[in-house]
Design a protein around this ligand. Sequence first.
Ligand code: HEC
Length: 296
Amino acid sequence: MKKLIPSYIRVPVLFFLIAGLVEYFVDSGNEPAFIKYPIVLVFLLLVLVVIISIEGIVTALDNILYQSLDEAGKARYIANRTKTPKFIQKIKDLYIKSLGQKPISQESEIILDHNYDGIRELDNSLPPWWKYAFYVSIVFAIVYMLKYEVFNGDSQIDEYETELADAKIAIEEYKKTAKDLVDANTVTLLTDASDLNAGKSIFQTNCVACHMADGGGGIGPNLTDDHWILGGGIKNVFHTISEGGRDGKGMIAWKQSLKPAQIAQVASYVLSLQGTTPAKPKEAEGEIWVEEVAAE
Ligand code: HEC
């Protein structure tokens, strides 16, 4: 039996295959495994030595076997060695068949009768692989034509738009489960009673000391009037609560202790106090805030 792959290819391929597997299965972070764990290097070297020795032993055995044969045996051995393995022969036959060529011995049957200065032409038929691929493309064209031109199948743009719409729905779904994704740019005014109640209790726990229970103001400014020092509207209020007021004024950044979703709730609650009349309102500070509709 002829050796399919010479040993100078077999040995490195086998070795790198094993090295690759080791690299894949040994978790070594960003470094290669054999650098992080020197023992791996030792193991790989051992593998290499073993592979080379096996090659050597097999070759030596082969040789001994050959020497021990009589003349007839040697001849048979050589014949076997140089024979192409069956499956390779099959692949070769299949390839020749797929070319659809006539063997040279039969070329006289297909030679055309014109003759240009001794150059003649063979009337070979098309290679079968080419012919069948062509038939397949005809069938494909008909199916394609019917689907997209007759029955108006979805074009690529339609498919893109469907996927986009699906993705938008998925994002909405995701946002519902991940409320804490809001920030000062994406926050919207919450109007659900449950959110406002949650906001109210957050306000009563954290904010009344300076803003009073009714938002009338104390150390902090009046939150019920339409004057704002740091800007009104849900986005500014969210930003103020999250990042705090101006330095040294006493309004801390609440993002340390409140989650974004809670800040959105308390900000919405603060805005729901607009226009209410607190018991002891602090005088207005800051500018009158007019919601910019255009900016929305
Ligand atoms: C330690 C006192 C204190 C506490 C507690 C406090 N604030 Fe303030 N708050 C202030 C002060 C002082 C300012 C003014 C900041 C400035 O002028 O920069 C302010 C400003 C604000 C503003 C901006 C008002 C404007 O006119 O722009 C909002 C909104 C606000 N606070 C909401 C809250 C909320 C909500 C809480 C509870 C989570 C809270 N504050 C807790 C002291 C406080």
